[in-house]
Design a protein around this ligand. Structure first.
Ligand code: K7E
Ligand code: CUA
Length: 683
């Protein structure tokens, strides 16, 4: 193919299925009017959640290049919360305060950002259980676990020998593993290598991560696979339980101009992995231990402090040493999503340059393996014959299929990026029964529980790349958006548009009733060594050029509230504890001119630490950033900073009482010795 091969191919496909000017049409404003006419008062009442009432579903949207997760109510489309995950977040101080900074540590150093694509709810027996949400970091390969009792990121595991953690973190139905397949193949282990030696020297890895115990995510094994791009994955379920499926593209093994050079093959592959076989081979000692360097970061619930554990090795399994581990299913054409229907029988390949959706049969796959119905063998991995695994093709169904979800009633819904639509089709007969436009350029779509064994159904959400013409223009960057469709009847019906934060690659949703408790930590549970559990617990201590200030926050003051004796050249740590025990009282903390962190925001009972390096002498106010009470504006204090070498004594004012130096015994043991402290009345 020539340089414009893909565009030409798309145009040819468009003509073939009677959709002229598709590329233009999907971004034009014309259909919007039609859509407006199709919705109306009836739709409004179906998304209306009266004030004081709650949404039926919680939906978790990936933030794409925002690196975070946002939580929306459905059907209202109301944004409830942004959960910081991979990116520093000033609103919560995430990745800025001393307690959470370690969460963003990697073997590359501190990485304050990522590109998050796939939220994945934890499952029991193939159904979301409301415990945790996993999400991938695509750019610096990582998987995060968010605790849904607190809507808080508690654990991040880095993935070594990976370079673009895109096919991740899809779960097995029993919740034992989440996976991480590398989008970009690289030398394994990564080392100085000529890029032109790609086909010989570059490898992919498919990583299985134990994920069934909080705080203990760990790589069970990595399967070393040919140097393709591993795009997406899904576990088998029901009849196909124990298998995992990954899409590949660039089976051409091109390393330049992939747009053309990786679009040559008529079919790429879905890789089918028998992961119980992998477990058996590893147990039989067929894996090898490879040196690797990657971080496992966990927040301790009681001290609210993250710790980094550097890991140094990983178990790698070569398929050539493990018969029956892996097969390739030919699939047209640069497939993107691979989706398994609720029964587990059908494996849907969404060939993004294809006009048909190829659906494979797990039963036929088993038969083809048994009868050795192989086309060829690639790098020792049998390629099954397309015809012998194919269940059916969904034809004339649109252009650019990306992702498919299921309603649990025998229907599948596929997103088509190029023709910008959702197509509903019937499992088994492969007939298209409905189609509806999206505005515009849909990526993933999402049905609550739509990739599980028992979809909750009711709605499908389109996650769109462009919002042109749907909102007031906000500048040259066209933001992304979501659209909600009712799927309870035979025809999809557009109910609602709502904007999203970042590119909402994918989302998952579950009934609100499955989110059980909202946890908060009591002060007695707080094991942070810097916690000030009472106002009188506050204090100040110096260790050379480092000054620690232990401070309690309570309506509506800090204790201590005036600090003197800091000098230019000092590094100051403010350790703040919110000693409130009413679950909804939050305090914040910020200090003038701080170049080292954002604010702190403190849940009741919680301790957080802000680093501050004053650069010039003067008096610096600090204040509470959260409007916590009628006297919130009075919740303030001062730090006096003197020139280097000043003899101003270190002092802090604590409440109404003068307190002596012995109170420093309450300080962290590491700094108690030699600490100076003075106090006087205030208020
Ligand atoms: Cu299709 Cu990263 Cu899942 Cu976006 S990916 S669309
Ligand atoms: Cu505490 Cu405002």
């Amino acid at each position: 193919m020539r340089s414009s091969a893909r565009t030409t191919a798309i145009a040819t496909l468009a003509a073939a299925i009677g959709m002229p000017s598709l590329l233009a049409a999907c971004h034009s404003g014309a259909p919007a009017t039609l859509a407006s006419a199709a919705t109306g008062a009836n739709s409004a009442s179906r998304v209306y959640v009266p004030p004081g009432q709650k949404d039926e579903f919680y939906a978790f949207f990936s933030g794409g290049f925002s690196g975070q997760v946002s939580v929306y109510g459905l059907p209202s489309g109301r944004l409830l919360k942004v959960i910081p995950v991979f990116s520093q977040d000033p609103q919560e101080g995430w990745g800025y305060d001393e307690e959470t900074k370690p969460m963003l540590q990697t073997s590359f150093g501190f990485v304050p950002w990522d590109d998050a694509h796939h939220p994945e709810l934890s499952q029991t027996n193939g159904v979301p259980n409301g415990k945790w949400l996993f999400i991938n970091g695509n750019n610096t390969p990582r998987i995060a676990r968010i605790d849904l009792a607190q809507f808080k990121t508690e654990e991040i595991l880095q993935i070594p020998n990976s370079a673009g953690n895109h096919s991740s973190p899809f779960t097995t139905p029993d919740g034992k593993y989440v996976v991480a397949g590398t989008r970009f193949s690289v030398p394994v282990p990564n080392r100085d290598t000529a890029i032109a030696s790609y086909a010989q020297a570059f490898k992919g890895t498919l990583t299985f991560v134990r994920a069934d115990e909080p705080g203990k995510m760990a790589i069970a094994f990595q399967i070393l696979v040919p140097g393709f791009d591993y795009d997406l994955g899904h576990a088998g379920k029901g009849v196909s339980d124990g298998w995992f499926f990954f899409t590949t593209y660039n089976t051409e093994q091109a390393h330049t101009k992939l747009e053309v050079n990786a679009s040559q093959n008529d079919k790429d592959f879905i890789a089918a992995i028998d992961y119980r076989r992998a477990e058996a081979c590893v147990a039989a000692g067929k894996g090898t231990t490879m040196p690797a360097s990657y971080d496992h970061n966990v927040i301790d619930d009681h001290s609210n402090t993250a710790h980094v554990e550097r890991k140094t090795s990983v178990t790698v399994l070569d398929p050539s040493r493990c018969d029956g581990l892996m097969y390739f299913l030919p699939t047209p054409k640069s497939p993107h999503g691979v989706d398994v229907d609720p029964s587990g029988e059908y494996i849907v390949g969404n060939g993004k340059l294809s006009a048909v959706i190829a659906v494979h049969s797990f039963t036929k796959m088993q038969q083809a393996i048994a009868s050795k119905s192989f086309d060829k063998v690639v790098d020792g991995i049998p390629v099954l014959k397309y015809e012998s695994v194919l269940a059916g093709e969904v034809k004339s169904s649109g252009l650019g299929p990306l992702h498919t979800e299921f309603d649990g009633k025998g229907y599948a819904y596929t997103s088509f990026f190029i023709s910008s639509e959702i197509v509903k089709w019937k499992l088994g007969t492969w007939e298209v029964v409905d189609r509806t436009p999206t505005y515009y350029a849909i990526g993933h779509l999402m049905i609550p529980g739509g990739d599980s064994r028992a979809p909750f159904g009711k709605y499908v959400v389109a996650l769109n790349k462009i919002t042109k013409d749907r909102y007031l223009p906000t500048g040259p960057i066209m933001d992304q958006s979501a659209q909600l469709y009712d799927i309870s009847g035979p025809k999809m019906q557009l109910l609602l548009d709502f904007p999203t934060i970042g590119e909402p690659h994918y989302a998952q949703a579950l009934p609100a009733s499955l989110i059980h408790s909202v946890k908060f930590n009591t002060l007695t549970d707080n094991t942070n060594p810097w916690a000030a559990k009472t106002e009188a617990d506050g204090g100040i201590s110096r260790q050379g050029k480092v000054v620690h200030i232990k401070m309690a926050a309570i309506r509506s003051h800090f204790s201590p509230d005036n600090i003197e004796g800091i000098t230019v050249g000092d590094t100051v740590y403010f350790h703040l504890t919110n000693i409130e025990q009413d679950w909804d009282i939050v305090h914040g903390f910020a200090v003038l001119g701080n170049t080292d962190a954002a604010e702190l925001i403190l849940a009741p009972g919680e301790t957080r630490t802000l680093k501050w390096v004053p650069r010039a002498s003067g008096v610096y106010p600090f204040y509470c950033t959260d409007f916590c009470s009628a006297l919130h504006q009075e919740m303030q204090g001062y730090v006096r900073v003197s020139p280097a070498g000043s003899t101003v004594a270190l002092s802090a004012t604590i409440g109404d009482h003068a307190v002596g130096g012995d109170r420093m015994a309450g300080m962290h043991p590491a700094v108690a010795a030699g600490a100076a402290h003075a106090a006087g009345g205030h208020q």
